[in-house]
Design a protein around this ligand. Structure first.
Ligand SMILES: C[S@@+](CC[C@H](N)C(=O)[O-])C[C@H]1O[C@@H](n2cnc3c(N)ncnc32)[C@H](O)[C@@H]1O
Length: 318
């Protein structure tokens, strides 16, 4: 349950931490600070990474995870367009795309993919492999780019530029301790007409059909209103202005996931603010937020009223 004293503590005890990228400019309570340090250790784990920290999903795994919308969006782009993968791990999905390695994918779908789109992989830690270095050198011309060393929020828009398609498969959207700021930044990088394709594991779905995956545990990501009512992730996303959102529950993953397709329709994007109230390091971490809604006439509870472990996320065997 949401705990007001913890929330007040989180708001009152501020601490600016600069030595680790995940903590940069992050105002946090001491317990959350400790968990963020543990999370940083997961990023810095190198070859000794925890089993649940998957860094090598292929392009076809992305296509499968993100449903048809992602591949459709990518197939509509041309060589002047750009794709950003936030939380790319080794960047296998981008490598597969740019070298036309489309395993287990329908030939009619593959035929529509123009692999000339410029692609940028972003990861907090450097997970590049020899395959990445070789492919980047062969392709040349900045066709693929790998950014590392800091989280998305620490980049300026000038550094990154604009993108027509953004993906995030168990990357920043699943790991960020500052979800509304993360979403604001992501949407600011998207062109009008562009789309953001992402996913969350073990979250209460829009239709409300699933319970938390682990017995006696909360959902992995939860939002509550100031009065303590539940705000589903899909409801929160649908409160963002200038976007169209679709939410699709998928039980063919363990734990089940909800897949989000977010299309930007205009530039005046406003993301309802979330305050972090709980963070427990993991793969992905367990997170709770409180919705701070200052919009005139906002009825947070109305929206909400609609209907510790390794959180490894895998698709069910076919
Ligand atoms: C579990 S790996 C997923 C890798 C890849 N998407 C895959 O499915 O194989 C998580 C990735 O997200 C990155 N990440 C986490 N939070 C991030 C943030 N706020 N900004 C950018 N990258 C982030 C990590 O550095 C890592 O590359």
């Amino acid at each position: 349950m949401f705990n007001y004293s913890n929330c007040a503590f989180a708001l009152v005890v501020w601490s600016t931490l600069s030595s680790q990228t995940v903590l940069a400019n992050e105002p946090v309570s001491a317990p959350i600070k400790e968990q963020l340090t543990r999370q940083q250790a997961i990023y810095n784990s190198g070859a000794a990474r925890p089993e649940g920290y998957v860094i090598g999903r292929t392009f076809s795994a992305y296509a499968h995870a993100l449903s048809g919308g992602f591949v459709r969006s990518l197939s509509e782009l041309g060589p002047a367009d750009r794709w950003l993968d936030i939380g790319a791990g080794e960047g296998q999905a981008i490598l597969d795309y740019s070298t036309a390695r489309f395993e287990d994918m329908d030939a009619s779908v593959v035929a529509k993919l123009h692999n000339g789109v410029k692609a940028v992989a972003m990861s907090i830690e450097d997970r590049r492999t020899q395959r990445w270095h070789d492919t980047a050198a062969t392709l040349g011309g900045g066709q693929i780019q790998y950014l590392f060393g800091k989280p998305l929020s620490d980049y300026s828009n000038e550094e990154l530029g604009q993108f027509q398609v953004i993906t995030d498969v168990m990357g920043g959207f699943s790991y960020s301790p500052r979800l509304s700021q993360f979403m604001e930044k992501t949407l600011s990088l998207l062109t009008v007409g562009g789309s953001y394709h992402t996913v969350l594991a073990d979250v209460h779905s829009e239709s409300g059909q699933n319970r938390p995956h682990y017995a006696n545990s909360p959902y992995l990501t939860e939002i509550q209103s100031a009065s303590g009512a539940e705000v589903k992730m899909c409801s929160w996303l649908k409160r963002i202005s200038c976007v169209q959102v679709s939410c699709e529950f998928r039980s063919d993953w363990t734990p089940p996931v909800e897949v989000y397709r977010i299309s930007k329709t205009c530039n005046e994007v406003k993301v309802p603010s979330l305050v972090q109230t709980h963070f427990h390091a993991g793969t992905p971490p367990e997170r709770r937020f409180m919705l701070v809604d200052t919009a005139p006439g906002a009825s947070v509870d109305g929206v909400a009223a609609s209907p510790q472990k390794t959180n490894a996320v895998t698709p069910a065997p076919k």
